[in-house]
Design a binder for this molecule. Structure first.
Ligand SMILES: C[S@@+](CC[C@H](N)C(=O)[O-])C[C@H]1O[C@@H](n2cnc3c(N)ncnc32)[C@H](O)[C@@H]1O
Length: 472
């Protein structure tokens, strides 16, 4: 079944379109934080459970006992001190859109929708509830945590349902363990707050460097943060192969909004030092807020153009650069610049992509066409830079470069599945050189719909890692 994302993040219309949008919204709406309440089914992915429940509910006849129970929950929520209002569901619109009678629409779509004036929205269905809140406005995590805890407890009492957080991929229980809930919820809220802050700073920020292909894109900060989280385990794995870094000095060139800063901070430990360098001050501001939140104190952030670096030559035990060659496309120059910063005996680590494994299953023709168009843009720059890493490392004196490759399977609903769409915003001007505005708009709509379809999973591009030690 296909669902369509809201046309605007502030879309609060109700009725069938809104309700259908909510079905797989966690997979397609980057602008809301979604939680579900349901009975866990042993061995079943909770997101699959939600989808199965929705289908089952739609097919079943209305049950007056359940309707009465949901009414009581809604009344209890309406009676709490917070300001909930009940949405009027437009059954006539649902009927018209689905070609059924109003009575049939009433029977099939029998949820209750409540909206709280802080933005929390609750949809009560027969066998599950959906709780969500937008994060494009400034958020008050304390208010949200209280609101969600109260609401979920009111819902849990008569239903026995548990609160599931698809962002954290776990059940959280505010009633049983207040600390764990606060911590888990805090992680999620901090994450969305960072994104909201980055968006607004990027919206008003002045970019320092115009040549960077993906520069000046609000979505770029969000993408880089997510990307860093996705690839952290592979970075840690590589660092473990290099041996101990404790007390060392490490540099992440073009660190972006996060890059390798966190894992390098762990690698060098409290007695070591990490430098995160980037040409773009907005990126560094985003990185700074993340470092503060995580209370990481051994990282220094500096504005530096890698092509005219002011960093001290031969002063780092490890220099790392990821996804720099593909968008900048000056591989030899770039690697020579990194090489100058490595101490004798130190390591140079490069990570770049090879796009060949970037697929969806079942195939998603529009999203895959976007990938092909993006590949053509990158082909004119650094291309599939990962494939050339060994050669580049040899050219700067690493005799036998080490090499590794990783592909990550992305489960249905994983936010990194949306990467082609995020790139399509960041690279819009370039894409419009190849396709018309209308064609791009319909490709995006179709790709959104494809990614919203239940069960579609994917594989990332291949991350190629090349590294080695450098002599004097
Ligand atoms: C594709 S992003 C990768 C960010 C980060 N390495 C990661 O993997 O998440 C490229 C980064 O390089 C930065 N950059 C672009 N041109 C640069 C230059 N000449 N010197 C230093 N950084 C640059 C951009 O601002 C951006 O943060």
């Amino acid at each position: 079944m296909t669902s369509h994302p809201p046309t605007s993040p502030r879309d609060t219309t109700h009725g069938s379109s809104r309700e259908r949008q909510s079905r797989y919204s966690h997979t397609v709406r980057p602008l809301s934080y979604d939680l579900y309440m349901l009975s866990p089914q042993p061995g079943e992915d909770p997101m699959e459970t939600v989808e199965l429940l929705e289908e089952r509910e739609e097919a079943a006849a209305p049950d007056p006992v359940i309707a009465e129970r949901n009414r009581r929950i809604a009344d209890a929520l309406l009676a709490t001190t917070s300001n909930y209002t009940e949405s009027e569901i437009e059954f006539d619109v649902i009927a018209e859109q689905n070609g059924i009678s109003v009575e049939e629409a009433r029977a099939k779509h029998r949820c209750i929708e409540l909206t709280e004036d802080g933005g929390v929205q609750i949809t009560l269905s027969d066998e599950h509830a959906w709780i969500n809140f937008p994060y494009w406005d400034s958020l008050d995590p304390k208010h949200l945590a209280d609101e969600i805890a109260t609401a979920s407890q009111l819902i849990a009492l008569p239903t026995g349902w548990q609160l599931y957080d698809p962002q954290l991929e776990k059940f959280i229980d505010p009633a049983r363990d207040a600390n764990e809930f606060a911590e888990a919820f805090g992680v999620g809220v901090a994450h969305v707050q960072r994104i909201a802050a980055e968006r607004s700073s990027a919206d008003t920020g002045v970019m320092s460097h115009e040549d960077y292909l993906l520069a000046n894109q609000p979505t770029e900060l969000e993408r880089l943060r997510l990307q860093s989280l996705v690839w952290e385990p592979t970075g840690r794995e590589l660092l473990s192969k290099l041996g101990g870094g404790s007390g060392g000095r490490a540099l992440d060139v073009g660190c972006g909004a996060m890059g390798w800063l966190r894992i390098l901070s762990d690698w060098v430990g409290a007695s070591g030092q990490v430098v995160g360098a980037d040409i773009d001050e907005n990126m560094l501001n985003a990185a700074r807020s993340f470092l503060e939140e995580d209370e990481i104190t051994n990282v220094e952030l500096v504005v530096d153009d890698l092509f005219e670096s002011k960093l001290e030559p031969h002063s780092f035990d490890l220099v790392h650069a990821r996804y720099q060659i593909a968008p900048l496309g000056r591989g030899s120059e770039q690697v020579a610049s990194h090489r100058r910063l490595v101490k004798p005996g130190g390591s140079l680590v490069l990570e770049e992509w090879d796009l060949a494994s970037w697929h969806f299953n079942p195939p998603a023709p529009a999203a895959e066409r976007l990938i092909r168009l993006l590949s053509e843009i990158f082909a004119g720059l650094g291309g599939e830079a990962g494939r050339g890493l060994r050669e580049l490392l040899r050219d700067v004196g690493v005799e036998e470069p080490e090499i590794d490759a990783h592909v990550i399977a992305l489960k249905p609903g994983h936010p990194y599945l949306r990467l082609p769409l995020q790139f399509s915003v960041a690279l819009e001007a370039r894409l419009l050189e190849a396709v018309s505005e209308d064609e791009l708009a319909s490709l995006r709509n179709e790709a959104e719909a494809e990614l919203a379809e239940a069960g579609r999973w994917g594989t990332t591009f291949t991350l190629i890692q090349g590294w080695g030690r450098l002599g004097g």
